[in-house]
Design a protein around this ligand. Structure first.
Ligand code: FES
Ligand code: FE2
Length: 386
């Protein structure tokens, strides 16, 4: 199987006009999933969504990513930090949910940590010979904030975040991404592989079929996918009105984002930051999804919907925003129905790799190429069979 899979992956690394989708095994095989967890999610930069989930010093959010419990927090100096959510005494979970705190106290035996991860106190441990608090701080991961998004890496810092992202910030310059406010968050489990969730968000091909009565008519023929440096793919297309509202609600569009002008003010940019975070930057709103593997045929998805502070300050914002949430929920429901059916079809022993429509599936083809290369490189580096 590994040799066959390597050959199949090579076909996904062809030039975009000739590329084919990833091998079906990548969407259903537990061994592949395990390798993705180790080789992708614990071995490089991943996206954790919008950084305003921990907006103020002392805010924290506990999350479980690729079976690793994590704490994301903002320390007293305003620096974003990410720690293993495992006490250095005997491993207990330190924090759950979200909140605000001045320190982290283990509920099991009371060891307590500062927000920079250093151990501040460990009750009764003064009688333990040679116990050194300075060697017992929390395990910390590399973590960074760019354009209002959080990125973290569990593998130390094999490569720099800015090298990983390349032209990401420059390409998104027209949108005031860093200052956007997240006004709605949702988390849900979807019965499909994490990659196909991200695939469908990024392609224009399904719009007139899956979203025929809701969104299909909003989108014009997109531009070609951008040729970019960095681990991401992006494609812009003009829209009839805003991509953030249903076709029949376009009269209720919120104001243009401040500073947005020219073509960016007439459409939506769909971006996939590899491996697991994607978003659409439209005229008035940005909607973001992250997908994380749970099982070969299940993923955890987090949604964030964001608007500029000027828009959030409008007196009728809450009421206006509800129409946007309705559009995202409607699209999500339609996509999920399609995805669950795709997952069943992909799980057939007779499923095969298929040719991409080069123009309408540009981001999906770009991810398949990145995945094929990344998987091969990781396999070589680690000496693992795929
Ligand atoms: S496990 Fe945390 S103090 Fe014991
Ligand atoms: Fe869709």
């Amino acid at each position: 199987m590994p040799a066959e899979l390597i050959d199949q992956l090579a076909a996904s690394d062809a030039e975009p006009m000739l590329a084919v989708s990833l091998p079906p095994a990548c969407y259903r095989d537990p061994d592949v999933q395990e390798d993705e967890v180790v080789g992708i999610f614990r071995n490089g930069w991943i996206g954790l969504g919008r950084s305003d989930i921990v907006a103020e010093p002392g805010s924290y959010a506990a999350m479980e990513i690729a079976a690793v419990p994590l704490i994301l927090l903002r320390d007293q100096a305003g620096k974003l930090r990410c720690f293993a959510n495992s006490c250095r005494h005997r491993g207990a979970l330190l924090l759950q949910g979200q909140g605000s705190t001045r320190g982290i106290k283990c509920p099991f035996h009371g060891w307590n940590y500062r927000l920079d991860g250093t151990l501040a106190g460990a009750p009764r441990m003064e009688t333990s010979p040679c116990f050194d608090k300075s060697g017992n701080g929390l395990v910390e991961f590399a973590c960074g904030e760019r354009a209002g998004f959080v990125f973290m890496s569990m593998d130390g810092s094999r490569n720099d975040l800015d090298d990983h992202l390349g032209e990401f910030e420059a390409l998104h310059q027209p949108w005031p991404l860093a200052s956007l406010i997240t006004t709605r968050r949702r988390q849900l489990e979807v019965k499909c592989n994490w990659k196909i969730f991200l695939d469908v968000f990024n392609e224009y091909y399904h719009l007139t079929y899956v979203h025929a009565d809701t969104l299909g008519g909003l989108y014009q023929e997109p531009d070609a996918g951008d040729l970019v440096e960095g681990a991401f793919a992006s494609q812009f297309g003009e829209t009839h009105g805003t991509g953030g509202l249903l076709e029949n609600q376009q009269d209720h569009a919120l104001p243009l984002m401040p500073g947005l002008e020219g073509r960016p003010a007439r459409g939506t940019r769909y971006t996939w930051v590899f491996p697991n975070m994607t978003f659409a930057a439209s005229t008035d709103a940005v909607w973001v999804y992250e997908a994380y593997p749970v099982a070969p045929d299940r993923c955890m998805v987090r949604q964030s919907i964001c608007f500029p502070p000027e828009t959030v300050a409008l007196p009728d914002f809450e009421q206006q925003a509800r129409r946007y949430y309705e559009r995202f929920d409607a699209a999500l429901d339609e996509d999920i129905e399609a995805l669950e059916a795709q997952q069943k079809g992909l799980s057939s022993p007779y499923a095969r790799q298929g040719r991409f429509q080069p123009h309408l599936e540009a981001n999906v083809a770009a991810f398949a190429r990145w995945y094929a290369r990344h998987t091969a490189a990781f396999s070589l580096r680690s000496g693992r069979d795929l």
